[in-house]
Design a protein around this ligand. Structure first.
Ligand code: UGA
Length: 436
């Protein structure tokens, strides 16, 4: 199959490289010429484990190429995937679809034969209808089918999520040619037993939002349980284990923490809330999740101040990890941003170290000092806070850290350190959902 991927952001680049790895002939298109030049020279625009080898290997094998010329990239394609950004629109929280619609028009104008246009970007219910209308309006002469194929990739694990998915969702309007094309494209995966679920197009669009909102709800539920655990003297990790062993609940996405962040959950939960309101079907549970999660991130700042005895003025707080989760350099909606703001408002000075996120974080938070590693961040600090659970922070020499600090206070917002070990190293310890 000849596949064109419009947009070399996180989803487009990973999907394009993985499709090429399946043996398809893939062209990735992006308007940003410096980005294309960088990718071609082996510089990935995002930090994603294994991506540089996957891109390099498939490009060298002649199955993956890059261009800024959309019209040339689209010529002869069997399927064109739209994987451009859908940021939250300023002011109202709706997804901004202008890039998607512009891509749809440009693709249709450039097509030289019948083709399937696939929306891979996360788009609200009904977007496929509008993409189809735009494409048909631009090219009434062509047989164009529009399908929805949402992605369920996690940053940091995107390649394995793509190659070993729990399911592939394809929403169509029943067009046989489109269904056959999608079956061919995903053939290597469903030969591997991955369920390929065909649904209506609007249903597929909604599945994506429902999945992310459900996961965000699960996280927020356990985060509120964590607060209750602290109040009543219970341990949230055991609560999570105790409920998660029930197959109907499942053990994943029950790690209490500082609140969810990233480029997906905050944006998608908000967009689903707006869709519900627009259709006079408010999704009240998700409205509450959004509010609770927003409040939680700042509340983490207050938790840190409390751990320092209630006064942070003139004190130094060292943060370990800034990105919204490990194995990414993504700072979008990271809890660290609200935490830093709360700490600075309380009069503290913030020092931080993150293995991959410091460049993006410096631009967002110019007031914080970046350290060269975890030990230099902790040097002389009044509190050490584990914000993001990078593996590199799991085996730190706790005694060395405690000895180098002005006050050995550890706040573990991800519950990765064994309490007894931390205390034996001389720290006072604050965890999430655990008074122990
Ligand atoms: C999420 C979904 O997991 C993917 O399936 C989806 O495709 C993607 O959004 C998307 O819509 O593109 P991602 O944002 O990369 O993926 O990251 P997650 O691993 O889901 O983590 C999101 C946030 O939830 C992080 O801040 C993480 O720390 C937090 N989290 C996750 C918890 O606090 N507790 C958990 O148990 C799990």
């Amino acid at each position: 199959m000849k596949i064109t991927m419009i947009g070399t952001g996180y989803v487009g680049l990973v999907s394009g490289a993985c499709f090429a790895d399946f043996g398809h002939d893939v062209v990735c298109v992006d308007k940003d010429s410096s980005k294309i030049a960088a990718i071609e020279s082996g510089q990935m625009p995002i930090y994603e484990p294994g991506l540089d080898q996957l891109v390099g290997g498939n490009a060298a094998a002649g199955r993956l190429s890059f261009t800024t010329d959309l019209a040339a990239g689209v010529k002869g394609a069997d399927a064109i995937f739209i994987a451009v950004g859908t940021p939250s629109r300023r002011g109202d929280g709706h997804a901004d679809l202008s890039y998607v619609y512009a891509a749809a028009r440009e693709i249709a104008e450039a097509l030289d034969g019948p083709a399937v246009i696939v929306t891979k970007s996360t788009v609200p219910v009904g977007t496929g209808d509008e993409v189809e209308r735009i494409a048909r309006e631009a090219r009434p002469d062509l047989d164009i089918a529009v399908v929805s194929n949402p992605e369920f990739l996690r940053e940091g694990a995107a390649i394995s999520d793509f190659k070993r998915p729990d399911r592939i969702v394809v929403g169509t309007t029943g067009d046989e040619r489109a269904i056959n094309a999608m079956q061919q494209i995903y053939r290597p995966l469903y030969l591997n037993q991955a369920p390929l679920l065909f649904t209506g197009r609007r249903t597929a669009e909604l599945i994506k939002y429902a999945a992310n909102a459900f996961l965000a709800t699960k996280i927020t539920f356990i985060n509120e349980m964590a607060d209750l655990c602290e109040a009543v003297g219970a341990e949230v990790q055991d609560v999570a284990r105790g409920i998660g062993l029930d197959n109907r609940i499942g053990s994943k996405f029950l790690h209490a923490g500082p609140g969810y962040g990233g480029s997906c959950f905050p944006k998608d939960t908000l967009a689903l809330v707006k869709t519900g309101q627009d259709h006079e079907t408010p999704i009240r549970i998700v409205e509450t999740v959004v509010q609770v999660n927003d409040l939680r991130k700042r509340a983490m700042g207050r938790k840190i101040v409390k751990a320092m005895g209630g006064d942070a003025r003139g004190k130094t707080v060292a943060l370990l990890g800034l990105t919204f989760k490990p194995n990414t350099d993504d700072m979008r909606d990271a809890p660290s941003i609200a935490i830093v703001q709360a700490l600075e408002d309380a009069g503290a000075k913030v020092v931080a170290y993150d293995p991959e996120g410091m460049a993006a974080a410096s631009a967002l938070m110019p007031g914080i000092t970046m350290a060269t590693d975890a030990y230099s961040a902790a040097q002389g600090a009044d509190a050490l806070v584990l914000v993001t659970e990078w593996n590199a922070f799991r085996a730190l020499d706790l005694k060395r850290l405690a000895a180098s600090m002005n006050a050995p206070v550890l706040v573990d917002l991800r519950n990765i350190y064994p309490a007894a070990e931390v205390r034996a190293a001389g720290f006072s310890l604050t965890r999430i959902g655990d008074k122990a």
